[in-house]
Design a protein around this ligand. Structure first.
Ligand SMILES: *Cc1c(COP(=O)(O)O)cnc(C)c1O
Length: 494
């Protein structure tokens, strides 16, 4: 099998020249500035100026700069270059049309403080997006402001607290969260001032309903459930679960970060969910990874809509649109109205696919994940042996018993030009490898991934050391992660 390594980048490009500063030669310049044609002004006083000796800037030619940044861009691993089955992150192809539309002047060159009447088109995009997200989730109250999934969770939890306060139940301060939950859930709950009580998962990967029943009580604020679960499974007892929480007087929060298995198939509101968020940067195809930008709108029942974060787009009687503050709003959760250019990309994606297209997205995402699961199940243990949704969680336990942990399998995949799956998550699965192929990958790509996983499994018998020392073909091999975390080197020093 040919190793499809990172394109055209050789390790020889890197040593000693890995920083622009290393390419600096005194006196070398990238541009010549024309003589000033404005009056020169005084420099600020000494107190505000650094000694020029302290200020070490690279002295490089234009070609040096171009080569350097082009090299860096080729070192980037991206969905545009390689298969990227990073579970829970939904690294699908982002159609370039989204970027073209988001760069139109009417979207790209407006200012958040412009008068509403001068940006009716932009508000129209936000208004329709609110309606579509309400329709897709069955939760008609939509706030687009949150800048990430985690911020959507935080906003949703503040809404839950505010609504319970209004009912005179401010003592409810517990978030019930399954042990399989995404890590942001307990973090957001803590940020919202809730204490976290963990609910167990049963052997079939479902919420342990008896454990939930025992823990849902007069202190329950919310039950936070990731749907589909982080095991990539649909929760068959969801209706009963929601009834238990509601009977105890609490609210149900669905972490719908990934709607990639549900579009056009299941509406969270129909299942009895009160609040959810969704990551537009996952399901609705906007580039992400490396920390942003994102968009994590929060969706709620009609009853809770008055608590949404400010602003939401509202339609006046004359048909005009404006930014408004819901009556009981939890207030602003960031400066303006969210990641507008991400909202435009998500809108473009939905508009270009239409309702049937979005349904096909989810159907194909589920088929792709199940195809990979079926092809690999004789070599790798499954976290739970069930039909999965948009992702499958493998366990590398058999491989670990043969001396190669999941970490090494993930590193070895990089040599074959495939991004590692999400590892060691969910925490309840030993040696977890969470694979999310997404709907945009072809059967050929999935077959190659399967063949590579089988080849690595063979290598574990023939040459385990080589797998344990992977990657071999990348500019960096195994990093000293402990030292990197404790003594990070974040800038160039002479
Ligand atoms: C990605 C993800 C989140 C967090 O989203 P961010 O935008 O990274 O804050 C939360 N829950 C689940 C299930 C996710 O997959």
């Amino acid at each position: 099998m040919s190793n499809n390594v990172m394109p055209n980048v050789s390790v020889a490009d890197m040593p000693d020249r890995s920083l622009l500063m290393d390419r600096s030669v005194p006196g070398r310049k990238a541009i010549n500035l024309p003589a000033p044609d404005v009056p020169l002004s005084e420099m600020p006083g000494d107190g505000l100026l650094r000694e020029s000796d302290d200020l070490q800037l690279p002295e490089v030619s234009q070609l040096d700069v171009i080569r350097y940044f082009t090299l860096l861009s080729r070192l980037n691993f991206s969905i545009d270059t390689n298969f990227y089955p990073l579970g829970s992150c939904t690294m699908k192809y982002n159609p370039k049309l989204n970027d073209q539309i988001a760069s139109l002047g009417g979207f790209a060159n407006i200012h958040p403080l412009q008068d509403d009447d001068s940006v009716q088109g932009a508000l129209g995009v936000m208004f329709e997006l609110q309606q579509w997200l309400g329709e897709a989730t069955g939760l008609p109250g939509v706030g687009l402001a949150p800048l990430a999934g985690a911020q959507g969770e935080y906003a949703g939890l503040l809404i839950a607290r505010a609504a319970l306060n209004m009912r005179g139940e401010s003592h409810r301060d517990v978030a019930l969260i399954p042990d399989s939950a995404h890590g942001t859930n307990p973090a957001s709950a803590a940020m919202a001032g809730l204490s976290v009580v963990t609910v167990k998962t049963d052997e079939s990967g479902n919420v342990d309903v008896d454990d939930l029943r025992a823990k849902a009580d007069e202190n329950t604020c919310v039950f936070m459930l990731t749907i589909p679960s982080t095991l990539g499974l649909f929760e068959p007892n969801i209706i009963e679960i929601n009834d238990i929480v509601h009977d105890a007087g609490g609210l149900v929060y669905a972490d719908g970060a990934n709607l990639n298995a549900l579009l056009g198939l299941v509406k969270l509101g129909d299942l009895g969910v009160d609040i959810c968020h969704s990551n537009l940067h996952k399901t609705f195809s906007t580039p992400h990874g490396g920390g942003g930008p994102g968009a994590g709108p929060v969706m709620v029942t009609e009853e809770l809509a008055s608590y949404l974060p400010e602003p939401v787009v509202v339609k006046n009687d004359d048909g005009s649109l404006q930014l408004g503050r819901p009556g009981n709003s939890i207030g602003k959760i960031n400066g303006f109205h969210g990641s507008f250019s991400i909202l435009v990309r998500a809108y473009t994606y939905m508009q270009s696919l239409g309702g049937n297209g979005l349904r096909a997205v989810s159907e194909n995402a589920v088929i792709n994940a199940n195809y990979v699961q079926a092809q690999l199940r004789d070599r790798f243990d499954l976290a739970v042996d069930r039909i999965c949704m948009h992702e499958t969680v493998l366990s590398g336990k058999r491989q670990a018993d043969r001396g190669v942990p999941a970490l090494s399998i993930a590193k070895r995949l990089l040599d074959y030009g495939i991004h590692a799956p999400t590892m060691y998550f969910p925490l309840i699965v030993p040696e977890a490898l969470m694979v999310e192929p997404t709907e945009t990958e072809s059967k050929e790509t999935l077959d190659r991934f399967v063949a590579v996983m089988q080849a690595i499994d063979d290598e574990i018998d023939s040459d385990p050391d080589s797998v344990n020392h992977a990657p071999h073909t990348l500019p960096n091999t195994r990093l000293d992660e402990a030292t990197a975390a404790r003594r990070p080197v974040l800038r160039w020093q002479g």
